[in-house]
Design a protein around this ligand. Structure first.
Ligand code: AMP
Ligand code: MG
Length: 485
């Protein structure tokens, strides 16, 4: 069994044995397909025909592949609070696949039953939470933002009990790896307890370099070079989130991957009306993970990562600390560069022109004052750059004047091409996501498939799909999102 997918043994099995525990998916009573991502299957070099009981059994956890299936151990700071042992409580890595793009991807079943890390959890997941991850991760991929992907959602045929009985489901997650900041924190914690030197951090760092940055293995200081690469990837990733109004919602250190992929889609959301302080997550009342805090939280997590790396940076503690601080200090600059470059594309401004800064400042200021719809504002601006008349609006007048002056300096064709490629015409609007999931819960998947299809290519929007992108009516606005796990 498991012949459908050419699994390789997971690279985690090459790590010291306390990085994982054997874990078998629990067979569901009555598995059935909900959605299978044929395009992703093709990109991964996997069979695209989901019409086989074998594949259904495999991806629902009924027939795990031969060989070792494992749940990974990790630690993490949850809302700033240290948790020394979390681990995959309800997810199992069933192997990895080598894709035609030359890369290797973890295949991970989420909601496949309790693992040794489950503690009091049931190891299961609701259909709507798994469809939410499927939808939003595929939306991120459509936006060309690094992300874990979703290959399938299968229903288990068994209820899970949250605020009532809900249909249960398993998500097949595909990721460049599941090495989290929290995995390094775990390694460092175990090393500290055993006082044998940084054995586990080194093993994990070597595996991570091999997986993500094999060129760096030859660097003079491979561990420092790798850390710097992680910092650079996060600076780029967070800027990309900010540029589309994405709010992750649970940026705990265990939910940040060293691959630079967006990972762990819980109460995440795209904002409609602009608000620097926007928070959607019901469990983030204090706003730790608000829109505007995402860059500083990323940097905070990267500081925790640096702490885990210290013994690999240098034998001398003071030197190790100094180089770590220097590497971490590159984050704000890299982030600002990524953000500015992205804003230049969104606004059609000449790259690197120092006159752009005041335009950005006016943009943020006016967005904050007007609370304009973030996505549609840039779509409208693109239309205006393309020659459409703009209705005069006093609040926007200073920005428009500065922006037009900047636009004039740029080559028109290049400006328009950049704007069209940087300003999505559709995002996964919260009210649409919620409506879609409610329908799916009642057995109607048509709205889900329709929304997924539209989000696959968000830089185009068919006129027939215009309703999917319309901002919510007052009664439709979603103020709060739930993990709803
Ligand atoms: P998350 O909030 O999804 O990042 O999960 C935090 C931790 O809780 C991880 O260790 C998860 O594996 C674990 N967890 C979440 N839901 C469950 C569940 N239903 N059963 C077991 N463990 C869970
Ligand atoms: Mg998590």
């Amino acid at each position: 069994m498991g012949a459908e997918i050419p699994f390789r043994e997971s690279f985690y099995l090459g790590l010291p044995s306390d990085f994982y525990k054997a874990a078998e998916p629990s067979p569901p009573p009555a598995p059935h397909w909900v959605v299978f991502n044929e395009r992703l299957a093709r990109d991964l070099g996997l069979p695209q025909n989901s019409d086989t009981p074998d594949l259904l059994n495999l991806l629902s956890g009924g027939a795990p592949p031969d060989g070792d299936n494992i749940a990974l151990a990790y630690s993490g700071h949850q809302f700033g609070v240290w948790n020394p042992l979390m681990g995959d409580g309800r997810a199992v890595i069933v192997g990895e696949v080598a894709a035609p793009d030359g890369r290797i991807y973890d295949i991970h079943l989420k909601g496949s039953g309790p693992t040794p890390f489950a503690r009091r959890g049931d190891g299961r997941a609701t259909l709507s939470a798994m469809l939410r991850e499927y939808l939003v991760s595929e939306a991120m991929a459509g936006l060309k933002i690094p992300t874990t992907r979703s290959l399938a959602v299968t229903a288990t045929g068994a209820p899970v009990f949250r605020d009532g009985a809900r249909p249960g489901a398993v998500l097949t997650r595909v990721a460049r790896s599941h090495i989290r900041v929290g995995t390094f924190q775990y390694a460092a914690g175990r090393d500290a307890a055993e006082e044998q030197g940084p054995v586990r951090v080194r093993a994990l760092a070597d595996a991570a370099i091999l997986r993500h940055d094999p060129d760096l293995a030859q660097a003079e200081q491979p561990y420092l070079a790798f850390y710097r690469a992680v910092v650079a990837r996060q600076a780029s990733l967070i800027a990309q989130w900010m540029l589309v109004g994405f709010i992750h919602g649970v940026m705990n250190s265990d939910n940040m991957a060293v691959s630079g992929e967006t990972i762990d889609f819980g109460p995440c959301a795209f904002m409609d009306s602009f608000n620097m302080r926007q928070v959607y997550s019901s469990i983030d009342a204090a706003g730790r993970y608000a829109y505007k805090n995402q860059p500083s939280i990323a940097q905070w997590n990267l500081a925790r990562l640096a702490e885990s790396f210290l013994p690999l940076f240098h034998d001398d503690e003071a030197t190790a600390l100094r180089v770590a601080q220097e590497a971490l200090a590159t984050f704000p600059t890299l982030y600002a560069q990524n953000l500015a470059a992205g804003l230049e594309r969104k606004l059609g401004l000449r790259p690197g022109d120092p006159d752009n800064e005041p335009v950005f400042a006016l943009l943020w200021k006016t967005l904050g004052e007007t609370r304009a719809d973030f996505t549609n504002f840039f779509v409208r601006l693109t239309e205006i750059a393309d020659g459409e008349d703009a209705a005069p609006d006093e609040a926007w007048a200073p920005f428009m004047e500065a922006w037009r002056a900047g636009l004039e300096k740029n080559c028109r064709i290049e400006a328009l091409a950049a704007m069209r490629a940087a300003n999505p015409k559709i995002i996964a609007r919260n009210h649409r996501v919620e409506q879609t999931l409610a329908a799916a819960n009642d057995g109607d998947l048509k709205p889900f498939h329709r929304l997924c299809a539209a989000l696959r290519n968000p830089f185009e929007l068919a006129p027939a799909d215009a309703d999917l992108q319309a901002p919510p009516k007052p009664e439709e606005v979603v103020h709060e999102t739930f993990c709803g796990t």
